[in-house]
Design a protein around this ligand. Structure first.
Ligand code: NAP
Length: 287
């Protein structure tokens, strides 16, 4: 069984499926997308992370949320056990001909997009709605007030913030109270700058969800940072990605990971990380 943890009122898996690679640039098509989601669910994964903005720049919007809806509709397992999280506040664009991620955190936009997210997912109420990224042109509290309105109106059951600083987490908790259940920030061996927010999440009683927990797939990364993980993986006969995810999960019981995958094999391997218990010596080596 995949490791379970509590996130707010949800009993879900500590390892979720990051849906983004299935529908942004260089995805392997909708059939592979559905196959990958089904493989994850069949293996016991009970958390899927998507977003309004997971589509190809210039293409049909919300293809990520629509793919999740299609996969859930055609899956014959216990659908009510699956936590589906989505996010609003980003949209796709082009800069100098290259695909980009732009923000619009205005209350009107967040309210409109969240209602579109519920429609695309085919639900009356979104399980968990994140504010995707702060918009520097809008006071943070104003964006969060819109998320609160969405919770009050029943468009979303629970709320989260993403790409948030400690100060922003505190603003969000002040406004949302116990409806704020998670912060989703980048965190991995190549990106530990958010360690302060991981610790703060524990202090204020919310979950910390690591995005790009394996360092991401879009940009070249400093592969040498993974060497200590590779050494332990070799000794244990597992993939180094499992060691990375297990190291992140060992940072606290409030920590979750949402590795991305383009195909079943990678998410099926990642889901096994919850079975690994790293020794104190191994954790000391990894830092
Ligand atoms: N909140 C935000 O602003 C934000 C930003 C970025 C991402 N996210 C979320 O975080 C999720 C994960 O991030 P990500 O997709 O950027 O990167 P990631 O999870 O760090 O890495 C994904 C890559 O790792 C590979 N992989 C995964 N598990 C593996 C395994 N066990 N063995 C070998 N390779 C493995 C995948 O390979 P294959 O391609 O071969 O399957 C994929 O290329 C996204 O899907 C999205 O849901 C959120």
């Amino acid at each position: 069984m995949v490791l379970h943890r509590n996130m707010g009122p949800f009993d879900t898996t500590a390892i979720g499926l990051g849906e983004m690679p299935l529908t942004i640039e260089n995805n392997l098509g909708p059939n592979m997308g559905v196959e990958t989601i089904h493989a994850a669910l069949d293996a016991g994964c009970r958390q899927i992370d998507t977003a309004w903005a997971y589509y190809c720049s210039g293409g049909e919007e919300q293809t990520g949320e629509k793919l999740v809806r299609e996969a859930m509709a055609s899956w014959d397992g216990p659908k009510d056990e699956v936590l589906i999280a989505t996010k609003v506040g980003h949209y796709r664009n082009f800069t100098d001909g290259k695909p980009t991620w732009d923000v619009d955190g205005s209350p009107e936009n967040l309210i409109r997009r969240a209602k579109e997210s519920a429609l695309a997912l085919g639900v009356d109420t979104i399980d968990l709605l994140y504010f995707h990224r702060p918009d520097p042109s809008i006071p943070y509290g104003e964006s969060i007030e819109a998320i609160k309105q969405l919770v009050d109106e029943g468009v979303a059951r629970e709320a989260g913030v993403s790409n948030a600083s400690i100060e922003q987490m505190d603003i969000a908790q002040e406004i949302l109270g116990d409806k704020l259940i998670a912060v989703q920030n980048q965190y991995s061996p190549i990106y530990t700058e958010t360690a302060d927010t991981l610790e703060h999440a524990a202090r204020i009683g919310i979950s910390f969800v690591c995005w790009s927990p394996l360092g991401g797939f879009r940009k070249p990364k400093d592969e040498s940072k993974f060497d200590p993980f590779r050494a332990i993986a070799e000794r244990r006969g597992v993939s180094y990605q499992q060691i990375v995810l297990a190291w992140e999960l060992a940072k606290g019981d409030h920590v979750f990971v949402i590795p991305g995958a383009h195909r079943p094999a990678t998410i099926l391997d990642s889901l096994k990380a919850g079975d690994l218990e790293l020794t104190p010596e191994e954790l000391a080596t990894l830092g």
